[in-house]
Design a protein. Structure first.
Length: 396
């Protein structure tokens, strides 16, 4: 019998817990090496190279260091910081222990990453009506099992639970009840709202929206006019409405790979050679999984850390390295490759198709001007693509 069947008389509000491990990677390093405890620990690449901060301890954060910051910059902020290389297998090992703890209390667990997850405890194995008590028990289990602390947020939906878990870090627990939600959201800076990145934040500031209170003043129609389909989402968020369920089984949405270079690259020939290697990797992954996808995306990060993406879609889908490579040159032509230095390249297939079409792989022969028997060098290919505006203009 399911947990739901055992508890037919449920309240209308769901009880959602968001568990977020505190400075996970750095905390694992401090746990395994007691000499690092209390010190500013940075997990990532060495500051002498082109490394990036993957994670850092709270002691390091006090100096303004954060994830995705260049390691060299982190070193200038804190010269006595201790840099350690990431140990992915060790982090995965601890993550598995933590997820095993989650499963003791609810079958509805949605991992967001290696160190955080949502749990729907409206019905739980303890038959405990208090999600707050369940969260306290889970945090205690995590500490006893792993020696690590976790922060928890408790509320009636995912959006608010995630906000709550970030309110009292590290090792904190915050509850946002339905009665307190609106007042909490009204004082919240707009950048803290789910789905509001830097670009959207700037646009909202231009409209005079700086807090949840400001956002609440806008009608759904006005927000939709300004932000498209996301406008409805923002309208609901300002009112504490989020009906997304906790989803235990997440469907893979994309397959891709990327690489960061030790030194910036500039030559188009080198760009295309690397992308051909990435296309091979993604194509092989598609073949192994016997799936395809309708959208191909190219990710480019320039030397100043500006990151862009260019995408194209085709109805027949991408199923192989051959399919992918046919569309890579025009995507490259829609970037500033060859005119700006590049530190990262990536290729991703999304809008996945469940299986290979009947009859095996289907290739779509495209009569593009950049395929020539006379001269097929990368530089010539790019030059021809840039002249073929009808192929460049469709990418944005």
């Amino acid at each position: 019998m399911s947990l739901q069947a055992k508890n037919p008389s449920l309240k209308s509000h769901r009880k959602i817990i968001h568990i977020d491990m505190d400075a996970f990677f750095a905390s694992v390093e401090q746990l395994d090496n007691p000499a690092l405890r209390g010190k500013p620990v940075i997990v990532g690449g060495a500051p002498q190279g082109r490394g990036v901060v993957a994670a850092c301890s709270y002691e390091a954060r006090a100096f303004g260091i954060h994830s995705a910051m260049p390691s060299a910059r982190a070193y200038t902020l804190c010269r006595h910081a201790v840099f350690v290389r990431p140990r992915k297998e060790r982090y995965q090992e601890v993550s598995h222990q933590i997820r095993a703890i989650f499963s003791r209390y609810s079958p509805l667990v949605e991992p967001l990453s290696i160190d955080e997850a949502f749990l729907d405890t409206t019905v739980n194995t303890l038959n405990n009506p208090s999600a707050t008590h369940v969260a306290q028990i889970i945090r205690g289990d995590i500490y006893r099992t792993t020696g690590l602390t976790a922060s928890a947020g408790v509320s009636y939906n995912k959006f608010l639970a995630k906000l709550a878990s970030d309110q009292d870090k590290p090792d904190g627990l915050t509850v946002i009840t339905p009665q307190k939600a609106r007042s909490f959201l009204r004082s919240l800076p707009i950048r803290r709202f789910y789905g509001v990145g830097k670009v959207t934040e700037q646009k909202m500031h231009g409209l005079g929206i700086r807090t949840g209170r400001d956002l609440e003043k806008f009608s759904q129609a006005a927000l939709t006019a300004a932000f498209g389909s996301s406008g409805c989402f923002f309208y609901d968020m300002a009112r504490g409405i989020d009906n997304r369920p906790v989803q235990p089984h997440q469907t893979r949405k994309s397959i891709g790979t990327e690489t960061t270079f030790q030194e910036d690259i500039y030559q188009l020939e080198e760009v295309l050679n690397i992308l051909q290697s990435l296309a091979n990797q993604v194509g092989n992954a598609l073949s192994r999984k016997k799936i395809g996808g309708r959208t191909l995306s190219l990710k480019v990060r320039y030397d100043d850390f500006t990151t862009i993406s260019r995408s194209c879609s085709k109805r027949a889908g991408f199923y192989s390295q051959h399919d992918i490579w046919q569309q890579v040159p025009p995507l490259v032509a829609a970037t500033e490759a060859g005119r700006r230095k590049i530190r990262l390249l990536g290729l991703t297939i999304s809008n996945l198709l469940d299986e290979i079409p009947p009859g095996g792989l289907r290739y779509e022969q495209l009569l593009l001007p950049f395929y020539s028997k006379e001269d097929n060098s990368p530089t010539t290919l790019i030059a021809k693509i840039r002249q073929a505006n009808n192929y460049v203009d469709c990418f944005g």
